[in-house]
Design a protein around this ligand. Structure first.
Ligand code: TRP
Ligand code: SF4
Length: 402
């Protein structure tokens, strides 16, 4: 079975090159390697933009168009909208019952964002709880990996803790012992005894070898015992760990390796800072924006030499130029052999080349809005199948299956 990957993005405005190089490009690659779920986090957008529903409404489908334009293939990944799946809200509510308040208050982004977004009132219940909503988003798909930037890794860490706590609290159903006995009865007497010996040893000493030997028995059973179920594997692995059955899967962060692309001024690219190049920029405005970029302040006149490390255009060369072009630019800058407009031209050309296929795909999709809706509809139903199953397991584990 392919490992599952899940990630989401907030629909709070047009997609720009920072989104592409920081996330989308990586998503497009991951869809070939994993079972990928990508969703529009519209509820998350509301945690900060609850007073600006128009922005969200407008951005949802625009964002999906840009995802598809960037190369996400609906035949290879599942694309959906969070709010279409109330199951996320149900899991969020159930997880909220046992999540200590301190876990949320201590999430580093919490105080950070309240500080940074001073023009918004974020002293809300929703904003405090949003990392737990994110945990529900991830856990409901039993995702193995979550590709996010460094800034979001604390949320994945919280998700792991929440999953662990859930499994500890509810992984041992009332009939856990009976189920374990039934599974062990399917093994040979020797294997069953051997497994139990390893389990005890692991419980007492934490020895990795004992764990490994126990696991080997379970793996062997999964292959050799007819009628053996994946649930039984989970059950015995939980028994071995002493944690009960793992109903929820602890995910891992998949840190995005692609180089981050800063904005026109060298600060983080963001539409609200006015330093962004959009994915759907016209060639004219793109050219104008790059030509208008500030450069090393030491280069007042064409004849003044400059230093690439002090110039935001240089960041763009890192992402868009090959070694030869970079050497040409750096040498030309330091010797005043080239002007800044000369230096920017290869970046402009590379950006226009990159955007060309996006523009074509986006134009085709915008001409057929029904098609985009259908893609989302399809993805939503696929996601629902998985989310429903998890909720069934969760309700059962929590004793809500009456
Ligand atoms: N919180 C993320 C952000 O602000 C978006 C998001 C919501 C997400 N749920 C997620 C990302 C689940 C990864 C997994 O960018
Ligand atoms: Fe920046 Fe290039 Fe001008 Fe040097 S030549 S200051 S790197 S734009």
């Amino acid at each position: 079975m392919r490992t599952r990957v899940l990630s989401g993005m907030r629909p709070t405005g047009s997609m720009h090159l920072g989104h592409y190089h920081g996330a989308l490009k990586n998503w497009a690659k991951l869809q070939h390697e994993h079972d990928c779920f990508f969703f529009v986090a519209d509820w998350h957008a509301l945690t900060t933009h609850y007073e600006e529903r128009e922005v969200i409404e407008k951005s949802v489908y625009d964002m999906v168009v840009d995802w598809l334009a960037a190369g996400l293939d609906p035949d290879r990944c599942t694309i959906f909208i969070q709010s279409r799946l109330p199951e996320h809200a149900e899991l969020f509510t159930l997880l909220a019952m046992g999540t200590p308040l301190g876990w949320l208050e201590r999430v580093p982004t919490y105080k950070d964002q309240i500080e940074k977004l001073k023009d918004r009132d974020l002293a809300t219940y929703g904003f405090l709880g949003y990392p737990l909503l994110q945990a529900a988003d991830i856990l409901i798909y039993k995702a193995d990996f979550v590709p996010v930037g460094e800034d979001q890794s604390s949320h994945v860490e919280l998700t792991r803790e929440v999953a662990r706590r859930f499994n500890n609290l509810y992984g041992r159903g009332r009939d856990f012992e009976a189920q374990v006995a039934a599974a062990l009865a399917l093994l040979s007497k020797d294997d069953s005894r051997y497994f139990d010996k390893q389990r005890k040893a692991y419980g007492e000493t934490g020895a990795a070898e004992a764990y490994g030997r126990g696991e080997a028995i379970v793996k062997k059973a999964a292959v050799q015992v007819s009628g053996w179920t994946p649930a039984q594997t989970e059950l015995l692995m939980g028994h071995l760990k002493g944690s009960g059955r793992s109903v929820l899967v602890e995910p891992q962060v998949l840190l995005t390796e692609t180089p981050k692309l800063p904005g026109l001024d060298g600060a983080k690219m963001s539409k609200s800072y006015g330093n962004a190049i959009l994915m759907r920029e016209t060639p004219e405005t793109l050219t104008k924006k790059v030509r208008g970029m500030a450069t090393d302040p030491a280069r007042v006149r064409r004849t003044d030499p400059g230093e690439p490390d002090k110039c935001p255009v240089w960041n763009f060369h890192q992402v868009y130029s090959d070694d030869a072009t970079r050497e040409w630019a750096a040498a030309g800058c330091r010797s005043a052999g080239i002007g800044c407009l000369d230096c920017k031209q290869p970046v402009i050309d590379a950006m226009l080349r990159e955007q060309q296929p996006w523009r074509e795909r986006a134009a085709a999709l915008l001409a057929e809005p029904k098609k985009v809706q259908w893609i989302v509809e399809n993805g939503t139903e696929r996601a629902r199948t998985v989310a429903r199953q998890t909720m069934k397991d969760v309700r059962e584990a929590m004793g809500l299956a009456y």
